[in-house]
Design a protein around this ligand. Sequence first.
Ligand code: IPE
Ligand code: IPE
Ligand code: MG
Length: 242
Amino acid sequence: MKENVPCHVAVIMDGNGRWAKKRNLPKMAGHRQGMVSMKEIIKHASALGIKYLTVYAFSTENWKRSNEEVKGIFNLLVSFVDKELRELHKNNVKVNILGDYLKLPGDAIERIEKTLSTTKDNTGLVFNIALNYGGRRDILEALKAVLQDMKTEALKEEGIEEEYFKKMLSTGRLNIPDPDLIIRTSGEMRLSNFLLWESAYAELVFSQVLWPDFTKEDFDKCIGEYNERQRRFGGRQELDKV
Ligand code: IPE
Ligand code: IPE
Ligand code: MG
């Protein structure tokens, strides 16, 4: 692909349940196949020279699902980071987690932390997994951190500017810029509590394809659509100016 690639692409990986249902398979089969898509998209994003790739893997609202499904999703994610660690590291990928992964079982935390520490100095693709993540909760946590700074760092109200606040969000803490493009698969057209602050000027692209069927060609189509957009950030294009 010759077009410009966005610096940060975020993906709402949706449609695993429907994929399985269509095939009369258990939901977990959809989640499992979804991991295959994720692997392919990481590799592809890295090859395209995308700097940041963020995937929405488990939301704060996904706890509403059955115990069995929740456990199954966590197991898949943890075994993914475990099994793929060597490959990710070899490809110079740096892995981050957005969200409260400390709510996961002890051995899962250990394996996640091993992945984070092994890849922390890598300089290639920055791959962020939003896991037990919710945009609203992230903003509330940031607010609490601000209040703490007001107490301990003598921060004044005037000092609470956008740039400072962004630094308090989980993306800001990890120096992850706002997403340029957010892709959601499976035809749903909503954010479902994903990157609420950071998505202010993201381009949104919706694909009808269910996540387990999503290929690198589908990803390229989304990038193509992104490249046709005119980003204005509230201003005017040169040609519009009169
Ligand atoms: C996305 O697939 C994965 C998670 C939310 C964890 P879903 O499981 O939401 O799939 P659908 O929306 O039911 O098809
Ligand atoms: C959003 O998908 C969360 C993830 C993809 C992890 P959901 O399937 O949970 O979203 P809703 O419930 O359709 O809004
Ligand atoms: Mg869904």
